[in-house]
Design a protein around this ligand. Structure first.
Ligand code: OMP
Length: 235
């Protein structure tokens, strides 16, 4: 089923049963889903089969960061499992990203998107300084995104606050995946660099990752429907 929406719902649940219960309330034409570290660690690859069986395209968000050979093997395994998108950390460097991109090119029957995480949306200037990076989040995102593009990545994960800058710098075809999406008035939680769904799309984001504002809402479908409507009204 072709998904009409840029929204990717993060199924950050502690059990397979809870994530499937949420997925069954969602419609694969209205959103994609994301399987992250918590769910994959508890449920294993079986969760991918279950969600594919429900008709969803899956972003497997395990943010691989290791030596080039290990990451290339991991993204290959993800592509063979048929996921729509998989990610690595751009800070793993050029050889890690190039080796992974080359490995995916060998798999001719899959078009899995390979995306690099730049600066996590939970981090701000002070978090970067503490790990020895003394430039603004925007500058560091730009540096890592340029490296990701020249290393063969299809796009990056960044905050929507950087989408406009990256779209101008790296072109409109370079895929921008933006978490830290908060409808007006929603709880910010641990996210620091945030935007609303409509603002993020207007800034040039291609895909919006939304977790708690949907999954923890009293009426998750209402929040998703409203976000899709706000985005559609931009067109
Ligand atoms: O790669 C990601 O998806 C990701 C990168 C990033 O920089 N920030 C970020 O929040 N994420 C993920 O996006 C989701 C955001 O969830 P909420 O904050 O609940 O909307 C979580 O599953 C995070 O793991």
């Amino acid at each position: 089923m072709t998904c009409q929406s840029p929204i990717v719902v993060a199924l950050d649940f502690p059990t397979m049963a809870q994530s499937i219960e949420m997925a069954k309330r969602l419609d694969p034409s209205q959103c994609r889903v994301k399987v992250g570290k918590e769910l994959f660690t508890t449920a294993g690859p079986a969760i991918l089969d279950e969600l594919h069986g429900l008709g969803f395209e899956i972003f497997l968000d395990l943010k691989f960061h290791d030596i080039p050979n290990t990451v290339a093997k991991a993204v290959t395994a993800a592509a063979k499992a048929g996921v729509w998108m998989v990610n690595v950390h751009a800070s793993g460097g050029r050889r890690m990203m190039e080796t992974s991109a080359n490995a995916l090119q060998q798999i001719t029957d899959q078009n899995t998107l390979l995306i690099a995480v730049t600066v996590l949306t939970s981090m701000d200037q002070s978090d970067l300084s503490e790990v020895g990076i003394n430039v603004t989040p925007e500058e560091h995102v730009k540096r890592l995104a340029s490296l990701a593009k020249s290393s063969g990545m299809d796009g990056v994960v960044c905050s929507a606050q950087e989408s406009s800058m990256l779209s101008n710098e790296l072109g409109k075809d370079f895929v921008l995946v933006t978490p830290g999406i908060r409808p007006a008035g929603a709880d910010q939680g641990d996210q620091k660099r945030i935007m609303t769904p409509a603002e993020a799309m207007a800034a040039g984001s291609h895909y919006l990752v939304m977790g708690r504002p949907i999954t923890q809402a009293a009426d998750p479908i209402a929040v998703l429907t409203k976000a899709n409507a706000d985005i559609a009204s931009l067109a």
